[in-house]
Design a protein around this ligand. Sequence first.
Ligand code: DC
Length: 225
Amino acid sequence: MSTKHIAVALDGPAGAGKSTLAKRLAEAFGYLYVDTGALYRTIGLYFIRKGFADNLPEHLDDWLPEIHLDLTYQNGEQRVLLCGEDVSEEIRTPLASRMASDVSAKPEVRAFLLQLQRDLAETHDVVMDGRDIGTVVLPNATVKIFLTASAEERANRRYRQLKEKGSTVSYEEVLADMKQRDYNDSHRAIAPLKPAEDSILADTTQRTAEESLSWLIDIVKGKIV
Ligand code: DC
C-alpha cells in the first residue's frame, strides 16, 4: 500500500454522523470523500432489482461480475453509478438499507469491494467512511477515527431527520432499527464493526455537529503535521 497519500479512516455505527462529518472533514482538507456504505447499498439495490429482496441468491460470485460500480463527483457530492445509472437517491430507501446490511455480511461482496476502495486511497488523499476502513480496508491509514454516540442519541438524530422529510415513523421504531443494525454490523463473522486498536475514539453524544467537526479537524491536524 502506498504511503504517498493521506488517508483518514472514519468508522463507526449507523447514525453516528459519520457521513456528514466525513464529508465536511474532506472539504476542510481538500481530500476526496468516499462513502463506502453507498457501495454496499448499491449492491443491495442490484439484488432488489433482480428480485432477491427476501433471499439473496446462493452463489453471489456468479452475479458480482455483472455489477459495474463507479463513483463520480458532482459539485463535491459523491454519486454512485450502477451499470452507468445514477442510483444515489434510490440506495437510501429503508429496503436498500436492509439489503446493504445483508450483502455486507457476505465475504464475496466484501472481497469484491476491497480493491475498489483501496484503489481510491492509492490515487487520492481520502476521508473514507465505513465500518472496517481502519481494520481491513486501509490498515495503514494515516489517521483512524472511530466515531460513535449512544444508540438513543443516534436514534434521536435519525428520527429528527426523518421527521423533517415528512416521515411518520416513531422514535421507538427508529431506535429498534438502529439497535438491530448495530447488532448485525458488529456480530457478523466477517469484518465486524469494531474500533481498530490504533484508532481514536470520538464519542459525539454530548457534542453538536459543529463541535464534533472542529474536534475531528484537530485530531487530523495533529496526525498530519
Ligand atoms: O453507512 P451506511 O448505513 O450507508 O452502510 C450501509 C450498510 O453497509 C450497513 O449495514 C453497514 C454496511 N457497511 C459495511 O459493512 N462496511 C462498510 N465499509 C460500509 C458499510
